[in-house]
Design a protein around this ligand. Structure first.
Ligand code: SF4
Length: 247
């Protein structure tokens, strides 16, 4: 397979990216990640909150490059089960890297009130996720995420490779075409660690304040911001401006 080298890609060129995606579509995961490691070198980072999809990518990527930069965002509002999984992942793979919001929960409460996630969750996500991620990704060439097309309507057209104009780097979605069953089959076959909350009905796991067990079977993100119109934190899709949140 002959792919246009990333260094020659005009970053914002839709046609060039489309061509690249056509060449990459259908590649086995290890071949896609091998391409990514070669193409972006030390400029590649994997961003994961240790969800099932992120764990599959992590497992494969660290086989290819044990020194890979792995970034996990600690909002300070994660479940005890998530922190426990984080420790298990570190023991298994020997990695430690995280990024955190500038505001502690106490400072945020003082500045914006005690329950910002209820009053203006877009601002809360902006402060605790979107801005810290900008700092973590600064200077990198590409970030790898666990987004899949079958996770919901906002994700249905996710390409394998996109240009992320907000953070100014390439965004890779290696498992875009995988299904939930594909992911769990890999986890079981390779005995990967996973968040114990998945055994208790949680399809997608974020902050304690905004995560419940999935409301609808088969819709793994239906427990995130349940009962509101919000479906994304803003890392993967731009959200309405803070204050424009609709319940
Ligand atoms: S998911 Fe909820 S608690 Fe976490 S940063 Fe967003 S609004 Fe705040």
């Amino acid at each position: 397979m002959s792919l246009q080298p990333v260094s020659t890609l005009p970053a914002r060129s839709g046609a060039a990216l489309e061509q690249l995606n056509l060449g990459l579509e259908g590649l086995p995961l290890d071949a896609f990640l091998g391409w990514a490691v070669d193409a972006f070198g030390a400029g590649l980072a994997h961003v994961t909150s240790f969800g099932p999809t992120g764990m599959v990518i992590l497992d494969q990527l660290l086989h290819l490059n044990p020194r890979l930069r792995v970034i996990t965002l600690d909002t300070h509002f994660l479940f005890g089960e998530t922190y426990e999984l984080w420790e298990r992942v570190e023991r298994r793979y020997g990695l430690h890297r995280n990024c955190q919001p500038k505001l502690s929960p106490e400072a945020q409460a003082q500045q914006y009130g005690p329950h910002l996630w209820e009053v203006d969750p877009n601002l809360c996500c902006d402060l605790r996720k979107v801005r810290p991620m900008a700092d973590a990704l600064a200077g990198l060439a590409a970030w790898c995420t666990g987004v899949r097309r079958d996770q919901g309507p906002t994700r249905a057209t996710t390409p394998l490779v996109a240009w992320d104009g907000r953070y100014q780097l390439f965004k890779l979605n290696p498992l875009a075409a995988w299904t939930r069953d594909d992911v769990w089959s890999y986890i079981r076959t390779h005995n990967l660690p996973y968040n114990r909350l998945h055994d208790h009905g949680y399809g997608s796991i974020g902050c304690t304040h905004c995560t419940q067990p999935s409301a609808h079977e088969g819709d793994e993100r239906s427990g995130r911001w349940a009962g509101t119109a919000k479906t994304e934190c803003g890392l993967h899709w731009a959200q309405p401006a803070p204050g424009a949140f609709a319940v």
